[in-house]
Design a binder for this molecule. Structure first.
Ligand SMILES: Cc1cc2nc3c(=O)[nH]c(=O)nc-3n(C[C@H](O)[C@H](O)[C@H](O)COP(=O)(O)OP(=O)(O)OC[C@H]3O[C@@H](n4cnc5c(N)ncnc54)[C@H](O)[C@@H]3O)c2cc1C
Length: 135
């Protein structure tokens, strides 16, 4: 049998590629080949489940741009398909002067990447997250 497209691998990359191909060309026939008995059996089904914001990426880089666009697209996809996701934020903690310096650099980077980031001191963190323990 002849198909217009053949995608190999039923992880998130193969599935997203297949979906996009069919969006671009709705009449096309596509076959997706997966060696396991079901989809997402490897990395896609075994990751940390985080929608990354892209705080660590070099401002202006392709990675930073794609990470931001990907986060938006992932949330839109989940909303459209009724898939629950949580926007709980991420807490980065510095506990030494050197880590404080690095945190400042990360803060600058986050601003250049136009990410919403708040700086908290120990008192404010403890007020918001009382279960976090003594700092
Ligand atoms: C520990 C860890 C945590 C991570 N946490 C996150 C996270 O929190 N957030 C995030 O965004 N990313 C995270 N990632 C990265 C993310 O999980 C991967 O980038 C993503 O799942 C890769 O998807 P993939 O489709 O390329 O690969 P896979 O999910 O591995 O899919 C490849 C598929 O191809 C199939 N295949 C391989 N060879 C053949 C063949 N010859 N014929 C047919 N089928 C074949 C495999 O069976 C598999 O189903 C994490 C990665 C790791 C290692």
């Amino acid at each position: 049998m002849v198909h217009d497209f053949c995608v190999i691998g039923g992880g998130i990359v193969g599935l997203a590629t297949a979906m996009r191909l069919l969006q671009i060309d709705p009449g096309a026939s596509l076959v997706l080949l997966e060696k396991e008995n079901s989809l997402a059996r490897h990395q896609t089904g075994h990751n940390s489940g985080v929608i990354h914001a892209g705080i660590y990426y070099q401002p202006g880089s392709l990675k930073a741009r794609l990470c931001k666009e990907g986060a938006r697209a992932t949330k839109d996809f989940c909303t459209e398909h009724g898939i629950a996701f949580e926007e709980c934020g991420k807490l980065l903690v510095a506990s030494t002067p050197l880590e404080m310096q690095r945190m400042e650099a990360l803060y600058e980077r986050s601003q250049q990447n136009a990410l919403k980031v708040e700086r908290l001191d120990g008192t404010e963190l403890q007020r918001r997250e009382p279960n976090i323990g003594h700092l």
